[in-house]
Design a protein around this ligand. Structure first.
Ligand SMILES: Nc1ncnc2c1ncn2[C@@H]1O[C@H](COP(=O)(O)OP(=O)(O)OP(=O)(O)O)[C@@H](O)[C@H]1O
Ligand SMILES: [Mg+2]
Length: 147
């Protein structure tokens, strides 16, 4: 990752609307574009792009009240913070299991609901932390180290 020309770092927050499939993916597209512009390593960009897209789609699909995604670039790492005001996750361990999904038939018809988003984020990110309060929302933090 070459952010030496940006030693001060970069931080941006994007609002993401719940259930709005017309603009879904916009935040992760912007994140990918910024990382390309500042010359981050292709392999790291790929892992961040996959993870931020999966997290953004989870926000859109599972948290109808919406939320926000914050991109934080420092010389050492890229951190993606995804916060929503949705229903929360009661059993995080279960949600992390490959194949576990509560997606409706309607959502499955759109091509989502394989239950692979969280497992993919887990394998792409160097660090992943989820905290959730049922009825309040979910916070997901992913860290990608600069090699
Ligand atoms: N932000 C969230 N708010 C509430 N529940 C969530 C959130 N993110 C994930 N979940 C719950 O965790 C489950 C697993 O999420 P995961 O992303 O792995 O699969 P999915 O979204 O159902 O399907 P896929 O990501 O493969 O399209 C979801 O079905 C949902 O029940
Ligand atoms: Mg998902």
């Amino acid at each position: 990752m070459e952010v030496s020309n940006r030693a001060e770092g970069l931080k941006e927050t994007y609002d993401v609307a719940g259930r709005d499939f017309s603009s879904a993916g916009a935040a992760s597209s912007r994140i990918k574009r910024i990382l390309q512009q500042i010359g981050v390593d292709q392999g790291i960009i790929r892992r961040i792009a996959v993870s931020s897209y999966e997290a953004e789609m989870n926000l859109v699909i599972h948290a109808s009240n919406g939320g926000r995604i914050t991109l934080d670039i420092s010389p050492d790492a890229v951190t993606i913070l995804v916060e929503d005001d949705g229903p929360g996750i009661t059993d995080i361990k279960k949600a992390m299991q490959p194949g576990y999904s509560t997606a409706s038939d309607e959502i499955r018809e759109m091509g989502f609901g394989a239950g692979m988003g969280l497992p993919n984020m887990q394998s792409c990110a160097d660090e992943l932390e989820i905290s959730s309060e049922p009825g309040v929302g979910t916070t997901l933090k992913m860290v990608f180290m600069n090699r």
